[in-house]
Design a protein around this ligand. Structure first.
Ligand code: SF4
Length: 363
């Protein structure tokens, strides 16, 4: 309710926690939020400028558009040009650049048929209305979106729709965090864990963060007090020499997540290796369509192979997603690369770090 929300924005309480954090910090600590919605919340609420100087705020690999690999983008751009293919996608993929500055928006100008949908379920109608075409939905995103796509595939099967395909580039969050933590060049003291993804997977899949790496991580809501309480908690633990994984968003996230959503997701998908933009190949960090569901698999049908290759010239998205660089340390930031004219994906999505940084710091 509104009242409950107000409780999580109380400015006096926020100030109190900020002061307490300030007094307890004896060295610089680096915290990364994993989810693009947190990135935006931290800027939008003004928290970014209120945080103690000793807190280094990093935005991690949790914006689905940002981590979609160049080669995945090239794959859907190539498909978009084919005869009798209608691509269906969420709107934020329209401007994501592939090689040579290509994107879906330009593909449309060149005659490709691309339909922006708001829910994967919309593709059922699209497929029914275009029986002579193949409707190919671009499946990007994390554990939040994958169950809905799995449910869409089941409905298509039940309804006898045979012209829907899924180009599956789904990725899973905990495996990416494991990859970040195992990289010695990366220095992160704790994670603000995503609210929506955790509502599906629960808390246990993150336990390795404390167990294997002795770092803390807290599942967190999107209000200023949620975020401050999680940061404060992690500072306290660190001062006591402890590391924990905890759930600070119990009003939405259950310990075990959403078992029904997980069941349907794993009925249709299975883990596979995946390429992440900027992070490279992470074993077991993707989802692919199980053989029983291969009639839906656009990758198999079109023989699509995803390979690592050179990244966009000059773009530092990789270093930004790893928390090694801040957006304004990219030489192109705000000059050659702006939201109106994005060079890399972190500037395209409104949840991308570069776009958030640009919007809230340069305004
Ligand atoms: Fe890439 Fe643009 Fe961000 Fe630089 S400012 S890292 S080019 S998206």
């Amino acid at each position: 309710s509104f009242e409950l929300l107000e409780k999580f924005r109380d400015p006096a309480l926020c100030r109190k926690i900020l002061d307490k954090m300030e007094s307890e910090l004896d060295r610089e600590l680096r915290f990364m939020e994993v989810c693009g919605t947190h990135t935006v919340a931290i800027f939008q609420s003004g928290l970014r400028s209120l945080l103690p100087e000793k807190i280094v705020h990093l935005s991690g690999p949790g914006c689905p558009v940002c981590v979609t690999h160049e080669s995945e983008v090239n794959a859907f751009l190539d498909l978009a040009g084919r005869d009798k293919v209608i691509m269906a996608t969420f709107g934020d993929l329209m401007r994501v650049p592939g090689d040579k500055g290509r994107n879906l928006k330009k593909a449309v100008a060149d005659g490709a048929r691309v339909k922006v949908v708001y829910s994967p379920f919309d593709t059922l109608k699209l497929a029914r209305e275009n029986p002579g075409d193949l409707v190919v939905f671009i499946g990007v995103g994390f554990e939040t979106t994958a169950p809905t796509i799995a449910a869409t595939m089941k409905m298509a099967r039940d309804q006898g729709i045979d012209n829907l395909r899924i180009l599956c580039f789904h990725k899973t969050v905990p495996t990416a965090l494991d990859a970040l933590l195992s990289d010695e060049a990366i220095n992160i003291d704790g994670f603000i864990l995503p609210g929506h993804v955790s509502a599906i997977i629960g808390v246990a899949p993150y336990n390795f963060i404390a167990e294997n790496y002795a770092k803390s991580a807290v599942v967190t809501g999107f209000e200023p007090l949620d975020i401050l309480q999680s940061l404060n908690q992690m500072i306290e633990w660190r001062n006591r020499g402890e590391a924990h994984v905890a759930n600070n968003y119990t009003r939405i996230v259950g310990e075990n997540g959403n078992p029904k959503a997980l069941e349907i997701m794993y009925e249709v998908f299975e883990p596979c290796d995946a390429l992440w933009r900027g992070l490279g190949l992470i074993p077991g960090s993707g989802l692919e369509i199980r053989p029983e569901w291969e009639a839906f698999d656009a990758k198999k049908q079109f023989g699509i192979e995803i390979k690592d290759g050179p990244s966009l010239p000059g773009c530092k998205c990789g270093d930004i997603l790893k928390g090694i660089k801040q957006p304004d340390q990219c030489p192109l930031f705000g000059k050659a690369c702006t939201p109106a004219n994005p060079v890399g994906p972190c500037m395209v999505s409104t949840e991308g770090s570069c776009a958030a940084y640009y919007k809230y710091k340069l305004d």
